[in-house]
Design a protein around this ligand. Structure first.
Ligand SMILES: *[C@@H]1O[C@H](CO)[C@@H](O)[C@H](O)[C@H]1NC(C)=O
Ligand SMILES: *[C@@H]1O[C@H](CO)[C@@H](O)[C@H](O)[C@H]1NC(C)=O
Length: 339
């Protein structure tokens, strides 16, 4: 489907007269580092490598009882300057025939945000009244241990798109594309939209949220929250020469946690909007304009992508991330002690 048709379909989801918000904005690359303050707090390094966007309070430890990131951060790599949240995913690597790995970079979203220095395009979507996250809220979607389509499909939209051009919005799949992609690979991560109304987190970082059933939130998770969704453009174009691909014809990409299938795709979110900014934007029914790339949300303060590109944090873990590496950073561990 072409993106204009996709947009029309998205808009059609909301019945006339109901509140529907669609924030869409760019968050530039903040840092690529082997930290995971959500799943492995305090571990420097964490088991596998991530690419992170958002506020510069990102660190190995982000205990909500110790730090309010919306106060601690002094800049954000996102266009909305009241958003000090952190959003992250694993990192893609190319595996060469000689067995070495080369890190794949993220690039700006070809649909409007190519000026960003990589990172992600972030959406907050709603149809009907939603309750914005409370301070300290965090969640994970997907599972780095998944290696089958059946597992991956437990989450509706952790997907890959082989970009024929930067505008391609069709051919979603749950595993890595098997052919070369002229415009790179887009990875989407979509979080659940129902919350238990009590817990800002849970031991698995997932069970305090749930997906709707027949469009309604289940009784166990009755509170409708904004749908957090992000798109990452991976610049696989330097690796499109098929002579570099495995001789057996398989595809050459691997997640930083050692997954060659793609089914272990997952994403992490730590809420960090200032005050009631996110609630205000959702209540104001803000509709970012995809066609003209306008943020279109006057209740929120914003900055240019050039300004957002300047917000960065220093890497904490010292290791080579740019050469042809003999092994994945951390040996591609999915979780502590696991491959
Ligand atoms: C991250 O935490 C370390 C150790 O507590 C601290 O020295 C450093 O300043 C923190 N970095 C940021 C960006 O807050
Ligand atoms: C491994 O292959 C890559 C890609 O072909 C090449 O750039 C690199 O120099 C090779 N490394 C070694 C040690 O042969």
């Amino acid at each position: 489907m072409h993106w204009r048709a996709l947009l029309a379909a998205a808009v059609a989801v909301a019945a006339p007269g109901t509140l529907a918000a669609q924030l869409r904005f760019s968050c530039s690359q903040l840092v690529v580092d082997r930290l995971d303050p959500l799943v492995n707090p305090g571990q420097t390094p964490s088991p596998h490598l991530h690419q992170i966007v958002g506020g510069n309070a990102f660190n190995a430890t982000m205990d909500p009882d110790q730090v309010d990131i919306s106060e601690a951060a002094t800049c954000t790599s996102c266009q909305f300057t009241e958003d000090f949240s952190n959003y992250w995913t694993a990192v893609l690597f190319f595996k060469a025939r000689n067995g070495t790995y080369k890190r794949v970079s993220t690039i700006g979203n070809g649909l409007g945000y190519s000026a960003s220095n990589g990172g992600q395009t972030v959406y907050y979507l709603s149809s009907g009244k939603v309750t914005a996250f409370k301070p300290g809220f965090r969640m994970v979607v997907g599972n780095p241990a998944y290696r089958s389509e059946a597992d991956a499909k437990k989450n509706p939209a952790l997907q890959f798109t082989c970009l024929a051009s930067p505008m391609t919005r069709s051919g979603y799949r749950y595993d890595f594309p098997t052919t070369t992609c002229a415009g790179g690979i887009m990875v989407t991560v979509r979080f659940p939209t129902c919350w238990d109304g009590k817990n800002a987190d849970s031991p698995d970082h997932q069970s305090h949220v749930a997906y709707p059933v027949n469009r309604n939130c289940p009784a166990s998770h009755p509170v409708r929250i904004p749908e957090v969704f992000y798109e990452t453009y991976w610049d696989t174009r330097p690796f499109n020469n098929k002579n570099l691909w495995p001789e057996d014809g398989s595809q050459p990409f691997v997640w930083s946690f050692g997954d060659r299938t793609g089914y272990g795709n997952h994403g992490d979110y730590i809420f960090g909007w200032k005050g009631d900014a996110l609630q205000r934007a959702m209540d104001a029914n803000c509709q970012s304009d995809l066609i003209q790339d306008r943020l279109n949300c006057p209740t929120l303060k914003s900055q240019s992508i050039a300004q957002a590109n300047k917000c960065a944090v220093q890497r904490r873990v010292r290791e080579d991330l740019d050469g042809w590496l003999k092994e994945l950073p951390g040996a591609g561990a999915a979780m502590g002690g696991m491959k």
